[in-house]
Ligand binder design. Structure first.
Ligand code: 13P
Ligand code: 13P
Ligand code: MG
Ligand code: MG
Ligand code: MG
Length: 360
């Protein structure tokens, strides 16, 4: 029978500020999944920056109420501890008071796929902090559509036909399927606009799921967009899909993403080991971690902490130089995001205060 790989993540309080997760919270999450997760085959709990990541396997399919409730309750218990320890932004991503059928829309991020486990099933869980789901557009494009990144697109007969990309319009709340390589010029018009159009899934041309991201409808509270939803991404590898090294290769160039301080700045995405996933400088720069697992009848064999590799040292060094450079711009665009994309804004107050002082 089919295996479902579910990743659910949330920030339920930072330790200290927005930099890390308190170890007691991770223990609570592990204990909860161990004791209450009877339906799980296996699980792995970790964190990247201030985000708790619950990686779970089971046979219940996607959007399963029990699995979602299990994750919700685990995160809720972590949130209670966060309140007790007065961690920063305790309960931040738990937007509702109670669970109602599906965790989507309640605050946490979700990426899940139901698969027929192959003879060998290597998967990578990418997890980022201090950025948004659109941050996956560029690397997903490179992994699945750019032969200068993924040579398999040119030389592997099982990849040569290309892939299908499901792109979600986060403002219009609608989706479209682009076929690559045929539609790449059309697709790039949209996915280059990372604040609005997000690649939600990638399929083979035979409609096998290859990748899924935690792209949900944007969270609005009282009409205001809250949170850049530090995203996760699941990528299956090898055998007609990108090799593990092809899936990791896009991160060798620290491209710019939106997020960083107060969710309101562009900055370089630094690939780091879990150990180094503690964003402090100007609350960043944005981090990405990649954990590899081999699935074996749903068991998570791993993890392998890929960005530990010294081969990503140059990417890190380059990212730090970019960070030095762009930080000098202070509150000026394009370091600071345009007014309409800020997570925090004083604009309405300042406009009100200056009423009568503007002249024609
Ligand atoms: P190995 O020879 O180490 O198995 O590597 C094969 C390969 O295809 C690497 O991309
Ligand atoms: P998080 O989204 O990781 O909580 O960061 C928010 C922030 O404001 C950082 O400065
Ligand atoms: Mg936080
Ligand atoms: Mg975060
Ligand atoms: Mg965030």
């Amino acid at each position: 029978s089919k295996i479902t790989l579910t990743v659910i993540k949330a920030d339920v309080g930072g330790f200290v500020g927005h930099t890390d997760v308190h170890p007691e919270l991770l223990e609570i999450a592990k204990k909860h999944l161990k004791e209450k997760g009877k339906m799980l085959i296996d699980f792995h709990v970790t964190r990247v920056g201030d985000d708790i990541e619950l990686i779970m396997t089971h046979r219940e399919g996607i959007d399963n109420e029990e699995v979602h409730k299990l994750a919700w309750d685990a995160l809720w218990s972590c949130g209670e501890k966060a309140k007790e320890l007065k961690l920063y932004g305790a309960g931040q991503d738990l937007l509702k008071d109670s669970f109602s059928g599906n965790i989507k829309g309640l605050g946490p991020g979700v990426a899940e796929m139901e698969i027929e486990e192959r003879k060998s099933e290597p998967v990578i869980i990418f997890m980022a902090d201090k950025t948004e789901p659109g941050a996956w557009n560029l690397p997903l494009y490179k992994m699945f559509a750019d032969p200068f990144n993924t040579v398999g697109l040119a030389i592997d007969p099982n990849m040569h036909q290309g892939f299908k990309f499901e792109v979600y319009d986060m403002i219009g709340h609608k989706k479209i399927i682009f076929e690559t390589p045929e539609d790449i010029y059309d697709m790039l018009v949209f996915i280059g606009a990372t604040g609005r159009y997000c690649i939600r899934r990638v399929y083979t041309k035979n409609n096998e799921i290859a990748a899924v991201s935690s792209t949900q409808r944007m969270n609005f509270m009282a009409g205001k967009y809250i949170g850049k939803d530090d995203p996760v991404l699941i990528v299956r590898c090898q055998n007609g899909l990108p090799a593990v090294g092809e899936a990791l290769e896009p991160f060798a160039n620290p491209y710019l993403v939106a997020g960083w301080m107060r969710g309101s700045h562009n900055g370089p995405m630094i690939p780091v080991s879990l150990e180094d996933a503690v964003p402090t400088r100007f609350d960043g720069p944005p981090r990405v971690c990649a954990l590899g697992f081999q699935l074996a009848e749903g068991k998570l064999i791993g993890p392998q902490d890929f960005f530990k590799d010294v081969a990503f040292d140059n990417a890190r060094e380059k990212a730090l130089e970019i960070a030095d450079y762009i930080r000098k711009m202070g509150p000026f665009e394009p370091h600071r995001l345009p007014l309409e994309e800020l997570e925090y804004t004083t604009l309405p107050h300042v406009v009100e205060k200056l009423q009568g002082r503007w002249e024609e």
